[in-house]
Design a protein around this ligand. Structure first.
Ligand code: SAH
Length: 247
């Protein structure tokens, strides 16, 4: 077992709470307003923390985890809005690549391109993503009781482009515009691509797992807190746990 911990990050408390409860021998410290929980999870040294919402919060937290905690890799687990027509509430998306949909330095650079890097999409780590994907496929076959209780049966697992920006996308007009500008995007959230950019700079592997909480449309706010507590939290616990057991 490596002594360098694996970082596990979420934006919202209920995205991490069920997983946090499983950490053995936890010790906590606070840096820059982030509570870092170190401990052991399924045989791995881990450090779990909430980053808060948005790209700056995610970038700051990722940098802290890499520079201060020396993490050997990062997993983001949380919720997202579904964009692809086949991506439904309750489904799980594992990022293959990530893009900042609000990055726009045109006309100096093409829209979405990260000027420093000359690319628009950044890849997630293949080994970590494959472990999450396999675990997600297995967990959705036999989902936690609360997920079934929420009326979600037969959730699907997808892998592909996840897009991030500093906006909660909650109108049909905006989600339709995003989907037509970025037709391969499966899901929209607010942190993943920022984490990926910082991880790329430090050459630290990262992966992003998202449960679809809404369709990024006019209904996006409906039952959001209940979904987080009853669906996203247990699904995240089950999927990340299974992936860790096999890593
Ligand atoms: N309405 C929510 C706002 C939370 S912000 C509330 O009242 O608490 C949404 C968080 O979930 C972000 O961390 C983001 O990554 C993710 N997310 C889920 N659905 C999203 C969407 N439709 N657009 C953008 N981010 C979304």
């Amino acid at each position: 077992m490596s002594t360098a911990p694996l970082g596990i990050v979420s934006a919202l408390p209920d995205e991490l709470s069920a997983l946090l409860a499983l950490v053995e021998s936890p010790t906590a410290s606070t840096v820059a307003g982030r509570r870092l929980h170190r401990g052991c999870l399924h045989g791995h040294e881990v450090v779990l923390t909430l980053c808060g919402i948005g790209k700056v919060a995610a970038a700051l937290t990722t940098t802290l985890l890499i520079e201060r905690e020396g993490v050997r890799g990062l997993l983001f687990t949380g919720v997202a809005g579904g964009l692809g027509s086949e991506v439904r509430v309750g489904d799980v998306v594992v990022a293959r690549t990530l893009l900042q949909h609000d990055m726009d330095a045109s006309p100096l650079f093409p829209r979405h391109q990260i000027p420093d890097l000359g690319v628009d999409e950044l890849p997630a780590d293949e080994a970590l993503s494959t472990a999450l994907l396999a675990a997600a496929r297995e967990v959705v076959q036999n989902p936690p009781a609360a997920v079934v209780g929420f009326g979600l049966t037969g959730p699907a697992v997808h892998q592909g482009l996840v897009i991030s920006g500093d906006r909660f996308v909650s109108t049909s007009a905006e989600s339709v515009a995003l989907a037509s500008r970025l037709p391969s995007a499966l899901a929209v959230e607010m942190e993943g691509a920022a984490m990926a950019q910082v991880c790329a700079a430090f050459a630290v592997p990262c992966a992003v797992l998202r449960t679809i909480s809404d369709r990024a449309d006019d209904q996006a706010h409906v039952d959001f807190p209940r979904f987080l507590a009853e669906v996203a939290s247990p699904l995240s616990r089950e999927i990340v746990s299974l992936a860790l057991k096999r890593l």
